[in-house]
Design a protein around this ligand. Structure first.
Ligand code: SF4
Length: 69
């Protein structure tokens, strides 16, 4: 689910269009917290792609709570 990118950050392996994977991950994450609705990108409201702790990277996203999740 995660790999260490060139900046030493943990990045989601599914990129920006693994809708099922991002929803599955968020459904078991105790830190999921929905972002403001304008920032939603996934149809499934419970998704890492819609979480206020994800930070978009060039090809995917990193998670501000990754070390705790
Ligand atoms: S805190 Fe991180 S792992 Fe948990 S749902 Fe949000 S982006 Fe995904």
């Amino acid at each position: 689910m995660w790999f260490t990118n060139q900046r030493g950050e943990e990045e989601f392996t599914g990129g920006q269009d693994d809708w099922a994977g991002a929803a599955r991950l968020a459904s078991t994450c105790p830190y999921f917290n929905p972002d403001v609705e304008e920032e939603f990108v996934a149809d499934d409201p419970v998704s890492c792609y819609n979480c206020r702790y994800r930070r978009w990277s060039t090809g995917s996203f990193t998670c501000l709570k990754k070390d705790k999740a």
